[in-house]
Design a protein around this ligand. Sequence first.
Ligand code: SAH
Length: 369
Amino acid sequence: MSALEDYLRDLIVQDGPLTLERYMGLALGHPTMGYYTTRDPFGAAGDFTTAPEISQMFGELIGLWAAETWVAMGAPPRLHLVEIGPGRGTLMQDALRAASVAPAFAQVIEAHLVETSPVLAQAQRDKLAAVSVPVSWHSAIETVPPGPAIVIANEFFDALPVRHYVSHAGAWRERLVGLDAQNRFTFGLSREVEPSIKVAAPEGSVIEISAVGQRIMATLAARLVEQGGAALIIDYGYVETALGETLQALRRHRFVDPLDCPGEADLTTHVDFAALARAARAAGAHVYGPVTQGALLTGLGIFERARALSRRADAAQIATLEAALLRLVSGQSGLEVEGGVVDGMGELFKAICVTAPGMAAPAGFEAQP
Ligand code: SAH
């Protein structure tokens, strides 16, 4: 049993069932017992892995992308390079190393890491101890000082809590987490109906809404419109808002029940890119994309980078590079593990770029409206 389970049971007994959003928020982010606040979840020994942990090429290309984007912004004399949800700090480390080939850019950067997990903030401090630019940490985007910014968020929006509304007897009711007769967590529905949702849908249909993600996007977009800059958002998700739920729980690289062991499994959802884009546009920003991760990385030159790295690699390193390339760019990775084949990230993962209005299309998004 996880430490958080007793706490959540007590909360339900005292206050009644929790909204799914509150349950997820506590399971992931409770200050002392949440999933992210208590561990480093990445890698083979953890629960999942991410693109920057798969290959240094990912962060390097994003670092070079940032340098180009800074030029497109008119090369402002100071730039906040912000990462939201930086995990182990690997992407930022690789990006800063790659950016050092553009000294005019490297000299103007201040790095800002927006992170709520003390364990991961410490991992980021260790990793970035030797970098040559000033680095500071924030618990929310609001405290990053004003000024032009380039913001990166990789697999951040999928980690935010969502709300579910379920169609029942002709009305929409919010999904709640309560306790069954055996004191186990179970899903239920609110008694009150949600009057703001007007969609007609068959009994049992679910609408998933990431209100937290949309709020963060609105804040970010308003900042970019006011202060200048661009944000690159990469995540797994879908292009058009649709009915249906995508909540999943992952523990040690396997799917588990989202109500099992809260605080011990990673809870995520697929990102609704159309909803994020709407929130950004409503704040006055321009949105490029979505493009697939495969198209973005190909456009940014990942094949050329892999070839350059291969020239000074031995046979085993070349095999690792090729496997990483396939996994990052292709829809199928071909990589076999116990229990099946690992899906490639190239198609499922998508990117949008949110900019202040009037900026030229950023690298990788040239073919986009
Ligand atoms: N970008 C990293 C990590 C992705 S995991 C990578 O690609 O490897 C999600 C990250 O978001 C973790 O660092 C987690 O601690 C952080 N996080 C989750 N909720 C957050 C919030 N509300 N504000 C800031 N960071 C958050």
